[in-house]
Every structure is written in C-alpha cells, then in structure tokens.
Design a protein around this ligand. Structure first.
Ligand code: BGC
Length: 413
C-alpha cells in the first residue's frame, strides 16, 4: 500500500483494476477516481491510518501549495499545508466520541493570503521563525555587528518579520515510521533574509501517533551565528473552533515564574514569581477567572500574553517536561503539552476581534482561541541573563514539543 494516495496513485490503481475493460470505460473510471480523490482529500472521515495529499491552491507566483491529511488509528485527523507549515484543522473526539475540529484556521489558501488576514496577522496554526515572539526595536548585536529587523509590531519585531517562516512555502515529504505518520517540512532561510545573519537550514517534523499525540520536532543548522526561536502557533478551542470564548477552559502551566513585560510586550528582564498573582496557573484554573483583574501586566497584554518560565527541575536540556495542560469541562477534551523548551507563551487570543471568519462561517471573536507556544524567552538576543538563543555554525538546533489529546469527564488539578 503506498503511503500517499496522490491523485496519480489513485488513477494508477483504477486503471490497473480495469485492464480488461474497454478504453472508454477505463477513461470514465479514470475521471471518477480523480474526482473522488480530490473530495476525499478535503472531506476526511477519520477511517484508518494514512496520509492523503491534495492541492490547496497556488501562490501568486504560480507555485503549488499542498495539503496533507493524516488520520491515526483512533480517527484523529490532522490537516497540514506546506504553506507556512500551517495546521489547518485537527479533529479530536470529545468524551462521547464525537469529533470536532479544535484548531482555528481556514479552508482555503486565499483566506491565508488575503489582505484582511495579513493585516490581522494572528498566525493561525503556523510555524514561526526565525525568531518566535518579539525582539525589542527590531535590533540586536551579535559578535560586534548590529542587525536591524523589520518592526512589524509597533516598534518591535514579531515572529520573524514581514515574511516569516509562516508565510513561506516549505518543501514537504510525508513519511511513515514506528512512531506514526507525518510530514517533514524543510525550508532554507538565506543569509540576510528578514535581516538575520546566516543561511539557516530548517527542518520541522510533524508526527501524528496512534497514542493521540502530535509531535513537533525542530532542527536547524546555520553557517553564521544567528538567533533562533522556532515555535508552533496553533490556536485551540477545545469546544470546537468557531465556538465562543476559551475563558471557560481550565489551564495548568507548570511555571513558578513569568517574565513581566512593558506596554509593548517586551520583557523587563525580571523573572517574577507567579505566587499570589493572576499568573499562577500551577493548579488547573479557569482561564477567565482572573483575566479581568486590575493588574498592570494583564492590562499590557489585554489579557494573558506572557512568557511563562517552566519548572524543568534539573531536567536535561533534551528532556521533555510537562509545560501545560488545558481541559474543557463540557467536551471533556484535554490537551497536555510537553516540551524540551525552557518556556511557553500563553496568549489568550486577546487581539481576535470577530473580523475573521473561520471554517464553519463563524467569526473568531475576542478570546475564542488560546495559543500555548513553547519557546525560549522573548527578546533573548538583547537580554544577557536569559538562556541563549544563539545558534553557532557547527551546532545543531533541536527542540521537541508533544501535544497529547484526550477526553475525560473529570480531571485532577
Ligand atoms: C503574541 C501576541 C500576538 C499573537 C499574534 C502571539 O504569539 O504573543 O502578542 O498578537 O502572537 O500575532
């Protein structure tokens, strides 16, 4: 059985099984198979393991963009495009075994390319690079040289710049391994691209396992020292995308501290304890419980938009530790996130304002999705005390984050 059911494979199969029939009948079946394969690739009904590939659309310069659909043994279905490595949809069961798409996003490439979307720029589901989060003033110095990056978030640089890794076409290669099925995405960012030094060869692997995990592995090498901070920017609503707010979700973040920010969301450099603050998520707590409190940090973020420093408890740098867990009581859906990263950005979707319309025709309103972005700290290239984000030539950047999906009527805090 071929791993990918491309249209070509579907046609070949169809022709093979009709060898004895007349050319006219074969031709008829030929187009039927093609039509079916096109719809199959977008409909997806969660039947069995596998990968299906279909065309998502074309970029203005004519390059083709594809969609890969993966289904695991339990019917969890993941759709990813090689444009920005974007997770388009993720269908997981609730406590009654009913599947819903829990990832915010769109059904068409045009929607991701539209001016409206680019202006709002929520980075739905995308791979973020070369540097996830903010760099103050778009400036940093490295080895005695100053570098200027795009200031695409007020006076700061955000998520890699004007054309970050979320807006480029990745080379994609599906695979099947013992761990599951998935997609390897590769992108080479040239020396000087978006102002960053060094030619960076990046590889991100998505693996959907039969243990209901989505594993994301990041790897990169460079030919000059460069900052790097790759992450995944999916927004989830565990009631199903297009539902109302995520304020009724319960969140645990395994973080004793966070990095307070100024009013442009750049860390001051302080590492502050979460004790006694609305940032204490060390036990499962309703996201909405304290979000409206009169608190300077919440005011700066318009809600939660902060970097939480994980309790890695002397874990080795390549060891996965629990970073966060989110549970939604009505559906029972839960996602647990483990990572090798030292921190996680919790963003409560404060900038969503109902301007964007999602897959079911519902608008994505204020706080209708949350993002939990595993990462190094924001503005690290300018903050000596933060763990380094500099990748040196000869070294390999490696990072892994695993999202595990489940459903249960109750949880322990
Ligand atoms: C940032 C937010 C930003 C959002 C979309 C998040 O990672 O922390 O401030 O609005 O991405 O750009």
């Amino acid at each position: 059985m071929p791993l990918i059911n491309t249209q070509v494979d579907a046609q070949r199969h169809s022709v093979g099984s009709t060898l004895l029939l007349s050319a006219a009948i074969a031709l008829l079946m030929f187009s039927a198979a093609q039509a079916q394969s096109e719809t199959e690739a977008t409909a997806g009904n969660g039947a069995g393991n596998g990968v299906e590939k279909s065309v998502f659309g074309h970029l203005p310069d004519g390059r083709q963009v594809d969609v890969y659909q993966f289904t695991n043994a339990n019917g969890i279905e993941l759709r990813v495009t090689n444009y920005g490595g974007i997770i388009l949809s993720l269908k997981t069961p609730n406590v009654d075994g009913e599947f819903d798409d829990i990832a915010l996003g769109f059904d068409s490439l045009e929607a991701y390319l539209s001016d409206e979307y680019r202006q709002a720029n929520p980075y739905f589901g995308a791979l973020i690079g070369r540097y996830g989060n903010r760099i103050a003033g778009g400036q940093f110095s490295l080895n005695g040289e100053s570098y200027s990056l795009a200031t695409n978030d007020g006076s700061n640089h955000l998520h890699g710049g004007d054309q970050g890794f979320d807006k480029v076409l990745w080379q994609a290669e599906p695979f099947e391994s013992e761990a599951g099925t998935g997609l390897v995405l590769r992108y080479t960012s040239e020396d000087g691209e978006e102002g960053y030094p060094g030619r960076l060869e990046t590889e991100v692997t998505y693996t959907l396992t039969d243990n209901d995990e989505l594993m994301v592995d990041y790897r990169a090498v460079t030919d000059k020292a460069t900052p790097i901070n790759l992450t995944q920017h999916s927004y989830f609503n565990l009631k199903g995308e297009g539902s109302d707010t995520i304020l009724d979700h319960q969140l645990m973040i395994n973080a004793p501290g966070f990095t307070p920010v100024n009013d442009t969301l750049i860390p001051s450099g302080e590492l502050r304890s979460v004790d006694g603050t609305p940032f204490d998520f060390t036990q499962l707590t309703l996201i909405g419980e304290r979000i409206e409190q009169d608190n300077e940090q919440l005011a700066y973020g318009g809600g939660y938009d902060h970097n939480f420093v994980l309790d890695r408890d002397n874990a080795a740098a390549d060891e996965l530790v629990l970073a966060a867990k989110v549970w939604e009581p009505a559906s029972g859906r839960m996602v647990e996130i483990t990572t090798t990263e030292p921190a996680i950005q919790f963003y409560s979707g404060n900038f969503l304002n109902g301007d964007l319309t999602g897959k079911q025709g519902q608008t994505y309103g204020h706080r209708s999705g949350f993002a939990l972005e595993t990462q190094h700290y924001p503005d690290s290239p300018n903050q000596e005390a933060f763990p380094s984000t500099i990748l040196e030539p000869g070294d390999t950047y490696r990072s892994r984050t695993v999202y595990r999906f489940s459903a249960q009527p109750n949880v322990d805090s």
